[in-house]
Design a protein around this ligand. Structure first.
Ligand SMILES: *[C@@H]1O[C@H](CO)[C@@H](O)[C@H](O)[C@H]1NC(C)=O
Ligand SMILES: *[C@@H]1O[C@H](CO)[C@@H](O)[C@H](O)[C@H]1NC(C)=O
Ligand SMILES: *[C@@H]1O[C@H](CO)[C@@H](O)[C@H](O)[C@H]1NC(C)=O
Ligand SMILES: *[C@@H]1O[C@H](CO)[C@@H](O)[C@H](O)[C@H]1NC(C)=O
Length: 411
């Protein structure tokens, strides 16, 4: 009798846990996503910890809405190579999937992150298997640094270019932040999850699950400029001084040029400063005396480009709240058109920018009636090969190749 009760109890527990496992949490309900887990299967991990890692993946899956029209999950085990243990196009129920994950084999051997990412991109989330219009996500586990750092980074860049959003779970603090962000999407703080040991997975479970559930579809990125480096790039022009027409052309040029930059990989961040906030409006009540009205019209209304540049130097390139990254190269592209050789303040601001290790490129639009001083432009730029002369804003797109040659030369 006792035995029967016990068996019954066991059955109920198994039954309840299986039913529950079919249920997705609210965040995951009907979520369309293709997710590939890269479990660290290397010999540096104790077998008990390996099982804990698998259990954690199972727990994550338990919250998901598993199915061919919702979330699909694949699992790869990497050490010397990447082995697809559960393919993305499996037809398992959630319960079967969870059971399978917990029963994954242990291969040991050296852990190669580069091979793990390479396999994830080419096989695990291969173009044949992935859906084209859903978020593509990889979750990489590691407790050790990469053996081939450059390979690992370049493979990660390829994956990110294809629109794969990459999470990294680092166990044991053996891997530095500088390395982790190479494998993780941008902004890195949101895609890197660090814990001290294999018993601490619970501390990141809900935040990781919620972050993964919020990933959206990312477009492919064809841009190649910046693939091998991190750059924060700021474009500077004065909309007011260039005029509406030319500013429109600069904007179109930037839209077009952005296609060449490796932005979606997170390698390149771009910003634009173009507004000088000239306030042209004067309301009826502001100047009730003629003298005051005339004086207002004579005032220099608004900051010039030196003020913008100072702001850029002080905040854009150094303040993390502005998105500045201390490990990224700093680049400024200024679109100028008037003669500045007599404007000490502007010249000094550019020199200060260079002193702050900001690489300065100048695109100078030569207006018919303006004099300009080549020597000044070459002095404020980071070298004479960092200045491009164009005869009008119309020429921007026509000379994109030249600009690319100048800007992307060493990236
Ligand atoms: C699963 O979800 C259904 C519908 O939302 C609910 O009726 C059921 O009680 C849930 N089962 C478990 C075990 O949580
Ligand atoms: C999954 O995809 C592979 C490779 O395309 C294919 O060989 C296999 O039959 C597919 N499995 C299912 C269940 O569709
Ligand atoms: C990706 O990793 C593989 C395996 O380590 C390596 O052979 C390949 O060269 C890497 N690809 C790139 C673009 O670095
Ligand atoms: C960018 O400019 C080039 C050359 O003018 C043109 O062929 C290309 O279609 C443009 N791309 C976009 C997205 O405007």
């Amino acid at each position: 009798m006792r035995r029967i009760v016990f068996k019954l109890l066991l059955l109920t527990i198994v039954f309840v846990s299986q039913v529950r496992s079919q249920n997705a949490t609210k965040a995951w309900a009907k979520k369309k996503a293709d997710i590939f887990f890269l479990a660290d299967c290397s010999g540096s991990i104790w077998i008990v910890d390996y099982r804990t890692q698998l259990k954690f993946i199972t727990n994550l899956v338990s919250e998901m809405d598993i199915g061919p029209d919702a979330t699909r999950v694949g699992v790869g085990l990497y050490s010397e190579t990447m082995t697809v243990y559960i393919p993305l196009n499996n037809t398992m129920t959630k319960a079967q999937l969870m059971q399978a994950i917990e029963a994954a084999p242990f291969y040991a051997g050296n852990g190669y992150i580069s091979r793990g990412i390479d396999g994830m991109r080419r096989v695990g989330l291969s173009t044949a298997l992935r859906r084209t219009d859903v978020p593509l996500i990889s979750v990489l586990f590691t407790d050790d640094a990469a053996r081939h750092l450059q390979f690992a980074m370049d493979n990660a860049t390829l994956a990110k270019k294809e629109g794969i959003t990459m999470f990294t779970v680092s166990v044991g603090r053996n891997v530095g932040r500088n390395e982790l962000r190479l494998y993780s999407s941008d902004p890195y703080e949101n895609y890197i999850f660090e814990i001290d040991n294999f018993n601490s997975f619970d501390t990141i479970r809900s935040s990781l699950s919620s972050s993964v559930s919020q990933v959206e579809h990312v477009l492919n990125d064809k841009g190649t400029c910046g693939e091998n480096t991190h750059m924060d790039v700021l474009f500077l022009y004065d909309e007011y001084a260039h005029g509406k027409l030319a500013s429109g052309k600069i904007k179109r040029f930037l839209q077009n040029f952005s296609e060449d930059l490796s932005i979606n990989t997170g390698n390149v961040r771009v910003g634009v400063v173009s507004k000088t906030c000239h306030e042209g409006e004067i309301t009826f009540i502001q100047h009730l005396k003629r003298e005051s009205f005339i004086q207002k019209l004579n005032e220099d209304n608004g900051p010039d480009i030196s003020t913008l540049l100072k702001h850029i130097r002080r905040y854009f390139f150094v303040d993390t709240e502005y998105g500045a990254r201390d490990f990224a190269k700093r680049r400024l592209v200024a679109f100028l058109h008037g003669d500045i050789s007599n404007n000490r303040e502007i010249i000094n601001e550019f020199l200060r920018a260079k002193f702050q290790l900001i690489e300065v490129h100048i695109v100078f639009i030569v207006n018919l009636n303006t004099d300009y001083n080549k020597a000044t432009l070459e002095r404020i730029a980071s070298g004479s090969d960092h200045v491009l002369y164009l005869s009008s804003a119309d020429d921007l797109l026509k000379h994109k190749k030249e600009f690319l040659g100048m800007f992307c030369k060493d990236v």
